[in-house]
Design a protein around this ligand. Structure first.
Ligand SMILES: N[C@@H](CCC(=O)N[C@@H](CS)C(=O)NCC(=O)O)C(=O)O
Length: 280
């Protein structure tokens, strides 16, 4: 027998702003801007509007890796978008990303400027623009893109599914926690088996696929994300732990993780980034 009363969906779903738990304040069933406000703009061609969540950090890691390679044109301004305050619904942000989610990139180095949204699309755009971290040889490129798109399709089950019901929902419900714990453990095993054979996700080369997957699944195995390390037996995925630790030691990764961070220890917070010296 279920321990909560059975729910029968009404004929037509209606929006009840009070019922959604931690994110009820910002989540809405409609798209578009809620208020008029332009985005700020700094001096570099690349303007990033983001936050240091896993989806944000993968892009700042890539930008810092490009700079570490000596790609000077990858210099960027990174502005913080406070999603708890609904800044993703400003008219300026919606013009950069009609989906109202961080990260969003505007490249003023093209005429007219190029807007790019969805972190995977941003990573491919930057990797192609600078000719780095996305292999050119067709089969290794396909392998890299396969793991990159694997992250885009898989992480919503980890964050929006498991993380939401295990850590954020107003009550603990066994059915969704079981459903998503099973899926996340399966995903960790997919990574673990792949990394048993390879140094990086796509083979011998560190690519945008590693940068995209690490903030999500590295977070689970190294940083007790959702306080679920024990529940998921995260440390048992030894190859994922080995791979995540190797990535996390990279100086560019350590820099990228701090950009647009407005919480945690003071020395790790860099809410806005306009030059390398903001991180030095
Ligand atoms: N598939 C998107 C997901 C982006 C996403 O979910 N961003 C979250 C923060 S991690 C967000 O901006 N949420 C605000 C909202 O849902 O209103 C991507 O990879 O860029």
């Amino acid at each position: 027998m279920p321990d909560s009363p059975a729910y029968t969906p009404p004929k037509v779903w209606k929006w009840d702003a009070e019922s959604g738990g931690r994110f009820a304040k910002i989540n809405r069933p409609i798209a578009g801007a809620t208020h008029d406000k332009d985005l700020p703009r700094g001096e570099h061609a690349l303007q990033l509007y983001s936050l240091a969540t896993p989806n944000g950090v993968k892009v700042t890691i890539l930008l810092e890796e490009l700079l570490a390679l000596g790609k000077k044109e990858a210099e960027y301004d990174a502005y913080l978008v406070n999603i708890q305050e609904g800044q993703q619904f400003s008219s300026g942000f919606v013009a950069a990303n009609p989906n109202s989610k961080i990260p969003a990139l505007v490249d003023h180095g093209t005429s007219p400027p190029t807007r790019v949204f969805e972190s995977g699309a941003i990573m491919v755009y930057l990797a192609e623009k600078f000719g780095a971290f996305l292999p050119e040889e067709p089969s290794t490129r396909a392998e890299c893109l396969s793991w990159l798109f694997w992250q885009m399709g898989s992480a919503p089950f980890l964050g929006g599914g498991f993380g939401h019901f295990y850590a954020y929902a107003p009550e603990k419900y066994e059915y969704p926690i079981d459903r998503y714990a099973m899926e996340v453990k399966r995903q960790l095993d997919v990574l673990d088996q792949n990394l048993a054979e390879r140094q990086f996700l796509g083979g011998d080369e560190y690519t945008i696929a590693d940068m995209a997957v690490y903030p999500w699944y590295g977070g689970v195995v190294l940083h007790n994300v959702y306080e679920a390390e024990v529940f998921l037996e995260a440390k048992s995925y030894a190859n994922v732990v080995r791979w995540a630790e190797e990535i996390e030691q990279r100086p560019a990764v350590q820099r990228g993780r701090r950009v647009n961070r407005a919480w945690g220890p003071e020395e790790e917070r860099v809410p806005e980034r306009h030059s390398a010296s903001d991180l030095d």
